[in-house]
Design a protein around this ligand. Structure first.
Ligand code: ATP
Length: 604
């Protein structure tokens, strides 16, 4: 029987996301900086709207209590009462408009800030180097750009302006209560600690429980996603039962977390009612006592009951803002961590222009390590004259792709130099460098869009005619014509409707159209059948014409005509020469060729 520990490892989804972080002033200021573009536009509008609605809310209880009750009704001054009713209606109207305007502007403000932040984050991530993506899954990056940014929406929409409004309202209420009747004010304020407890402690505990539910839910999602994506492998290895057991486990965890959260949630409303009841009891008991003693008038009592109802909202929201802040601290820390990440391959300011590159490539004592523990390249030196085609061969893991990665400067060398036309790639403008190097890799990425768009990817201004010409030259036209809408067929992300070989042809056409001076074909013909290969061998000749090319291939038949073949072994060059020279040498290359022919003989 399989040990449960092994089982857990198979489906491991880290729950490393800390939901809350302690309050940090510096980080808050950095966050608030995102409000800066709106300091002269939306923020003043929101503040004016907020001030008007707060003032109206504070005034109305006095008009009703002190003026309507004590002056107009007690004094039987009915014309005053009519005026007061009209005034109150007007003020409520004003409050309605200003509130609507405040909510609209604060929502806009929140959306703008989130939009800016997300745009900035995405832009920044786009320019980060391969090393960054090596150590992170696409999912974890996605979570930061979507969820972490989203979780700050509340803070920017409701947090900033509403906090100001709530603070002003609370101070206003306190001042008015103490002016109206200090003893009754003290008595009524006794309820505040209870409200505070509910709105912070209880609410936070409820919120954490819901967060736990969300985390379990996301674990469930991850597993579901993996299960569906890998269903073919699961079924072929008959692992459905294992899968189901794990899914049931996570599903139950999710259910239990939900049960706990809803139990706590159920306590919230009764506690709110309790605090209202306690407040009203104090007001009635002590208020009536004070009326009896003629210390306050009826109107003051009425105003107090209005204000008592107004406590709950601001205090509760202020408690919530604090919680929002703690969540924003955690999310913003993760966002800033990405924003502070500098590309490990920096673009040099005023780098050398490569617009008229000839295309010589030099490796001079190049060493490279992906991680400190082992070297992927151990001192490689070669000189590729412009326009030549070189092939890299060698066992899996011998460093072929690494050489290609260094030519495109996806990584920087650990020691030595990589030069184009004698200029170290670190001194060349990165955009121009990458524009000069075209790469066709085995796992061609197909973007959602039409076939036409996908070929046009490397040269967005190419005309339809140019695209079709490139596809024809590479022998891709035939299969494209067979698709339902030809060049206008929509291919989903990752191009599931295309075979691996077809995707490969697409990327050849893409490379031909972008017309790079240096071309790297990394195992590019591996998934193409021999018949198609014959077609594209001819096309390849055209593709390689006038460019410096590096072909990485396991299938040695594709590289026979290369000017030079470099045989790599564990990050070192073992042999170098053209096909005939290396065959005469009867060394590693000879063995490789022989073993491939023997394998083919065995098949036939
Ligand atoms: N992103 C990476 N992070 C860490 N190590 C890596 C990374 N990419 C490759 N390696 C390691 O570097 C070594 C060289 O890998 P490279 O991809 O250059 O081999 P290759 O000759 O192209 O192999 P293949 O023929 O299988 O494509 C291997 O040992 C590999 O495990």
């Amino acid at each position: 029987m399989m040990k449960s520990g092994t089982k857990k490892e198979r489906f491991f989804y880290p729950e490393d996301r800390v939901i809350e972080k302690p309050f940090n002033w510096k980080q808050l200021l950095r966050l608030l900086n995102y409000l800066r573009p709106y300091l002269k536009t939306l923020i003043p509008k929101a503040i004016v709207a907020m001030a008007v609605s707060t003032a109206v809310r504070l005034i109305i209880p006095i008009i009703i209590g002190v003026y309507a009750f004590d002056r107009a009704i007690s004094g039987k001054n009915y014309s005053l009462l009519y005026w007061l009713v009209a005034l109150t209606a007007l003020l409520y109207g004003l409050s309605f408009v200003s509130n609507w305007y405040r909510i609209r502007t604060t929502n806009q403000l929140g959306q703008f800030v989130i939009h800016d932040l997300r745009e900035r984050l995405f832009n920044h991530i786009q320019y980060l180097s391969h090393r960054f993506f090596d150590s992170r899954s696409a999912g974890s990056i996605l979570v930061r750009v979507i969820n972490d940014v989203n979780s700050m929406q509340d803070l920017f929409t409701n947090g900033v302006i509403n906090t100001l409004m709530d603070v002003v309202t609370l101070i206003g209420i306190f001042v008015i209560l103490f002016v109206l009747s200090p003893p009754l004010a003290v008595a009524v304020l006794l309820v505040i600690p209870l409200i505070f407890f509910i709105s912070t402690k209880l609410r936070r505990s409820i919120r954490r429980s819901w967060q736990k539910v969300r985390m379990k839910m996301s674990k469930l999602n991850s597993h579901l996603n993996e299960s569906i994506q890998g269903i073919r492998v699961t079924q072929s290895f008959t692992q459905e039962r294992e899968n189901r057991a794990y899914f049931n486990g996570v599903n139950t965890e999710n259910f239990l977390a939900w049960q706990e959260a809803s139990k706590k949630n159920a306590m919230f409303r009764p506690f709110v009612d309790l605090s209202n009841a306690v407040g009203s009891a104090i007001l009635i008991w002590f208020g009536v006592f004070l009326i009896h003693r003629n210390s306050i008038e009826m109107g003051t009592f009425v105003s107090f009951s209005f204000y008592l109802g107004m406590f709950w909202g601001p205090i509760s929201r202020l408690g919530q803002v604090y919680n929002q802040l703690l969540v924003a601290m955690a999310s913003s820390e993760r966002i800033f961590e990405f924003l502070d990440e500098q590309p490990s391959v920096p673009n040099k300011k005023n780098g050398v222009s490569m617009k008229n590159i000839r295309g010589t490539i030099d490796f001079d004592g190049v060493e490279f390590s992906y991680d400190a523990s082992r070297k992927a390249l151990k001192g490689i030196t070669f000189h590729i004259p412009a326009g030549e085609t070189w092939a890299l061969v060698g066992h899996t893991g011998s460093g072929k792709t690494t050489i290609a990665n260094l030519i495109s400067r996806f990584y920087d060398v650990t020691a030595g130099h990589v030069c184009f036309d004698g200029v170290d790639v670190r001194n060349i403008d990165l955009r121009e460098l990458r524009a000069s190097v075209g790469t066709v890799i085995q796992e061609t990425y197909v973007f959602s869009g039409t076939i036409m768009d996908n070929i046009r990817f490397g040269k967005p201004d190419a005309s339809d005619g140019e695209v079709i010409q490139a596809a024809k030259a590479i022998g891709a036209d035939a299969f494209i014509q067979r698709l339902p809408d030809g060049y206008l067929t929509e291919v989903e992300e990752r191009g599931n409707i295309l075979s691996v070989g077809e995707r490969q042809l697409l990327s050849f056409a893409r490379a031909l159209l972008s017309n790079p001076k240096i071309l790297i074909l990394d195992e590019a013909t591996a998934s193409i059948d021999t018949e198609t290969e014959a077609v594209i061998q001819t096309a390849l000749k055209q593709l390689l014409e006038g460019r410096t090319s590096i072909i990485i291939a396991h299938r040695l038949s594709t590289i026979r005509d290369s000017d030079q073949i470099v045989v790599l072994n564990e990050g070192d060059i073992m042999e170098k020469g053209n096909h005939q020279e290396l065959m005469n040498l009867k060394g590693r290359y000879f063995d490789l060729v022989l073993s491939q022919y023997n394998a083919l003989d065995g098949v036939s």
